[in-house]
Design a protein around this ligand. Sequence first.
Ligand SMILES: *[C@@H]1O[C@H](CO)[C@@H](O)[C@H](O)[C@H]1NC(C)=O
Ligand SMILES: *[C@@H]1O[C@H](CO)[C@@H](O)[C@H](O)[C@H]1NC(C)=O
Length: 303
Amino acid sequence: MGFFNKCQCICFALILTLGALASQVATCTLQDVAMCEMHEQWMARYGWLYENNQEKEKRFKIFKENVALIESLNDFGNKPYKLGVNQFANLTSEEFKASRNRFKGHECATKTSSFKYQNVTTLPSTMEWRKKGAVTPTKDEGQCGCCWAFSAVAAMEGITKLESGKLISLSKQELVDCDIKGFIQKNHGLTTEANYPYTANHAANIKGYEDMPTNNEKALLMAVANQPVSVAIDAGGSDFQFYLSGIFTGDCVTSLDHGVTAVGYEVTNDGTKYWLVKNLMQRDVDAKEGLCGIAMQASYLTA
Ligand SMILES: *[C@@H]1O[C@H](CO)[C@@H](O)[C@H](O)[C@H]1NC(C)=O
Ligand SMILES: *[C@@H]1O[C@H](CO)[C@@H](O)[C@H](O)[C@H]1NC(C)=O
């Protein structure tokens, strides 16, 4: 392609882009100006442009409904947590649920059946594995549907640190690619994020995992006191979709659809106990399954 052709091409693309931008801006109607501006700001904050006006209008409607829902949920009752207009504000609750609903559990790993923390007697009143440097900063799994991999990796980074004293950011891509089978069954371990996929220099050797006794928050506490633990929760509801801050106390059920890592537990000054997962989640609830089923399907990796 000659210089002029290239230039024409670029100019044409520019014109198209500008045109698309202009027509997107033009969709704000008079009565919706404030909401429309809020939507524009939201798009700018998350760096998001819609392909065409039709899609943008559709998403604007959903956004508007979500803003109203968030306001009403925040006003309703006296919840210790707040909801906000976050990166999921463009999704219907069905879409959000569908993006959660790819939880795969740990079906491929080598499983052992003893509970190695069953005789633990010393339980610190709080535990924060992130502060101990046993977990790398949470990376947002977005909507890739591989949250289970992130959860398992965070737990594995934890155990690697505990065993070796080194905190290494392990490659999530490798874990997603090999769907767990490859490395744990062959007892290979993962390469570090920096190495993947160029070397087979495995940084962590994970023997397998142990399932926790089910529906037992006390047992979960004994394990989390000793290492980060992978848990499954029901995170498909609106309160989860728009969670912003505070101690989450529900609304949720127990249809497990999301894998996260319990990286500690704490107590507020007024005695409210909570788990440190992605959200702060109330612990020691009346239900034996724990809040959102957190005690139903927990497991930890063994090195
Ligand atoms: C919703 O917005 C996010 C950015 O926050 C974007 O990544 C995602 O693709 C959008 N989804 C839809 C269906 O528009
Ligand atoms: C816990 O204690 C019991 C009774 O002393 C013992 O049989 C069992 O092996 C211990 N379990 C572990 C994992 O240490």
